[in-house]
Design a protein around this ligand. Structure first.
Ligand SMILES: [Zn+2]
Length: 81
């Protein structure tokens, strides 16, 4: 299980469940217990995808993917929100 959460700097990160701290690229060490968990997923692939989706929701879509493909994926997933 992987947990999706945000750093204070705004970046979306993921970490394997059970990990106590996770260091963000901004340099801040985050204690997992103190983080609000946005989503839980089973695999690292799902985790990196969830991070990308959340970044897109926050900052707007900056990837090459079409909006139609994104909405298809979202509708097929069981959300944790
Ligand atoms: Zn950060």
């Amino acid at each position: 299980m992987y947990l999706i959460f945000r750093c204070d700097c705004g970046r979306v990160l993921y970490s394997k469940e059970g990990v106590a701290t996770r260091k963000c690229v901004c340099g801040k060490s985050l204690k997992m217990k103190e983080r609000r968990i946005f989503r839980k997923v089973d695999t690292s692939e799902d985790a990196s995808e969830a991070v990308r989706e959340m970044q897109e929701e926050i900052y707007g879509s900056t990837t090459f993917e079409k909006a139609s493909e994104l909405s298809q994926r979202k509708s097929s997933r069981k959300g944790f929100f």
